[in-house]
Design a protein around this ligand. Structure first.
Ligand code: PLP
Length: 228
């Protein structure tokens, strides 16, 4: 396990900072720390597990399916969130592999998920990704279409939508994006907000994040860029 000692230390520090941000915000909901392990080897995940971390995020279904089933054997309470774009041809594997899918963002995907959940009899927590910055290259439903899409997912497709997720534009201040996501969630009485990454999770908590997705600050820099 040499080379992974920093992971326990990083987790310890981040948990303390999350608790402090939460206390400062007076935020009632518990903040779930999602350790984003994309591109990092199973040994790194194992180091985090040994440090008490149980919730992980991956952005590719294939990488998740390669890394996690073996770890679940040893840690049955492990939870895995898919946080990267999901293609409809990977829906079956995503539903088999993940406990939560945070990137529901279009009709075809929502319909494929409804079919697959019925087929597998599984109810993973689903988040709708909102493209708050309206960036053409980024996944997520545009804010103007979010209300209709959320209603369709819940009322017509009966999907287990628990909340919303966003990735603010890298070059902008994230606060207005977090505020927008919170406002849309409030309109629909959705309790969960997945927002905040290594650089801005404390801000996200001030805006009511219930899930923060942190990779670099736990595992260190990624050597190859992750898709999505
Ligand atoms: C990679 C990734 C993260 C983690 O980003 P860091 O800056 O490394 O903390 C969070 N959310 C999503 C959707 C990601 O793809």
């Amino acid at each position: 396990m040499t080379g992974f000692a920093h992971i326990a230390e990083n987790l310890h520090e981040i948990r303390a900072r999350i608790a402090a941000a939460q206390a400062e915000a007076g935020a009632a909901p518990r903040v779930e720390l999602i350790a984003v392990s994309k591109t990092h080897p199973a040994e790194a995940v194992q180091a985090a597990l040994q440090a008490g971390q149980r919730v992980f995020g991956e952005n590719r279904v294939q990488e998740a399916a390669a890394k996690f089933p073996a770890l679940r054997g040893a840690y049955p309470d492990l939870k895995l969130h898919l946080i990267g774009p999901l293609q409809t041809n990977k829906v079956r594997q995503a539903v088999e592999t993940c406990d939560a899918i945070q990137t529901v963002d279009r009709d075809r995907l929502a319909e494929a998920l409804a079919t697959e959940l019925a087929k597998q009899g599984r109810r993973p927590d689903l988040f709708i990704q909102v493209n708050t910055g309206e960036e053409p290259q980024k996944a997520g439903i545009p804010p103007a279409e979010a209300d209709g899409f959320i209603r369709r997912c819940r009322e017509e497709l009966r999907l287990p939508i628990v909340g919303l997720m966003c990735i603010p534009p890298a070059e902008e201040h994230p606060a207005p994006h977090f505020a927008l996501l919170r406002e849309i969630a409030r309109r629909h009485d959705l309790a969960q907000l997945s927002m905040g990454m290594s650089g801005d999770y404390e801000t996200a908590i001030r805006f009511g994040a219930t899930h923060v997705r942190i990779g670099t600050a736990i595992f260190g820099r990624r050597e190859r860029p992750a898709a999505g």
